[in-house]
Design a binder for this molecule. Structure first.
Ligand SMILES: [Zn+2]
Length: 414
């Protein structure tokens, strides 16, 4: 079937939905603080549910709390075409990371509904649960569970710093949405597209509206525990100290040297560094820190990551060190068929576009193991993200929604 009806995106409605969502967990500086499955995040899910119900779209939740909003197809037994992202934010995050991909897909659903277009397949908006990961580890948990990349039980057992489990929170979400049906984890999807802000500066620098994502760089994450001995800071001479802070900072300096590249392609971050017992007059007996290492080339990622443990051991001094790797994910590429289909849609609509590589990781990584998947980026101001100042433009947001609508109709009849 050829597409003859054009589903028109309502840019004002789409922008207003962003502003309504941004009120849930709004911060004083104009950002959003809405960690996964907090009261605020559950409220965001309920607002989505309310909008869906008003349109007569059905809603389902799965065992990890992913949310599926469906506009039924002519043949309900066919696997749906889906698009979406996440509702949660980083601590003091922005108004667009994640939620934009959900709302753009929802606008596409509404526009198709307004235009009275029928699709063979059902079309769906998905809000993947716990994408960001600061409250429950690992990040991208909802999509990982759905794709079967990680075992469900381990993820439901994951606890936040207050000892509340992911499982308890998923139950709270279900209780808050009693009207929602049940989706089986891993139920087939025909295809999946995720729209997201770029979180980089390439689109803005090139004056392009749409980035067609070709793939994502790989990443490895490590947790390092350095153990020394608590001691009195006044009475303990240097020769008798087992100062975990000194050892950990030596490791950090050595790691930075190891991972330094003139091309500036390696991404090496120590994002969490905790000192115990954390008293002004106590030589610290324990330090825990994290390492986040990313690279687009699998071989380099393997080689560099494999040296971290030895470097830490070589700089432990009188302390002991344990390095535990908890994520190891290779670089990935989206299928050419999806890349060129998105490109064709952007061409047809006359949006300035380019192919782009994603330096960040997204839910589409896991879902691409389940069905053909692709991603659409739009510019965000100065590349600022995971920050209250994050900004995206209404016309770029609407452009992405238009492409999703076009793909929904095309793939929904494929
Ligand atoms: Zn995101």
């Amino acid at each position: 079937m050829t597409v003859t009806i054009s589903a028109a995106i309502n840019s004002d409605r789409l922008w207003q939905r962003h502003m309504d969502m941004a009120e849930i967990g709004a911060t004083q500086a104009g950002g959003v603080h809405r960690l996964a499955l907090t009261d605020e995040d559950i409220e965001a899910h309920k607002l989505l549910m309310q909008w869906a119900s008003t349109r007569g779209f059905s809603v389902e939740l799965d065992a990890i709390g992913n949310m599926f909003i469906r506009r039924q197809g002519r043949d309900p037994s066919l696997a749906p075409v889906a698009s979406g992202s996440h509702t949660d934010t980083q601590p003091k995050g922005g108004r667009f990371d994640g939620i934009f991909g959900v709302l753009a897909a929802f606008e596409a659903l509404e526009a198709i509904d307004d235009a009275g277009i029928k699709t063979e397949r059902p079309i769906e908006v998905i809000a993947w649960n716990n994408e960001e990961g600061p409250r429950f580890v690992p990040a991208c948990m909802g999509s990982a569970a759905y794709a079967g990349v990680e075992p469900l039980d381990a993820m439901l057992a994951s606890q936040d710093p207050d000892g509340i489990s992911m499982g308890e929170c998923v139950e709270a979400l279900k209780a808050a949405m009693p009207e929602a049906g049940v989706r089986r984890l891993g139920a087939p999807l025909h295809s999946f597209v995720e729209a997201h802000i770029e979180q980089g500066v390439e689109l803005e620098a090139n004056g392009n509206t749409i980035g067609i994502v070709t793939g994502m760089q790989g990443y490895r994450r490590f947790r390092v525990t350095v153990t020394g001995e608590d001691a009195h800071s006044g009475t303990t001479p240097r020769s008798r100290r087992r100062d975990s802070f000194v050892a950990a900072t030596d490791m950090a300096v050595a790691l930075r040297a190891l991972l330094w590249d003139n091309e500036d392609i390696v991404r090496f971050t120590i994002g969490r560094f905790e000192v115990f017992p954390c008293g002004i007059s106590v030589v610290p007996g324990r330090v825990e820190f994290t390492i986040d290492l990313r690279h687009p080339v699998a071989e380099t990622l393997h080689t560099l990551g494999d040296r971290i443990s030895d470097i830490c051991a070589a700089h432990a001094g009188p302390c002991e060190v344990k390095v535990r790797e908890f994520i190891n994910s290779d670089p990935m590429a989206f299928p050419d068929s999806m890349v060129s289909q998105i490109e064709t849609a952007a061409n047809r609509r006359g949006f300035a576009h380019q192919r782009i590589y994603s330096a960040a990781s997204h839910d589409a990584r896991h879902i691409s193991t389940l069905c053909p998947a692709g991603m659409i980026f739009i510019p965000c101001w100065r590349g600022i993200s995971h920050n209250e100042a994050e900004r995206a433009e209404p016309e770029d947001i609407a452009a992405a929604a238009q492409i999703i609508a076009d793909l929904f109709v095309e793939l929904g009849n494929a």
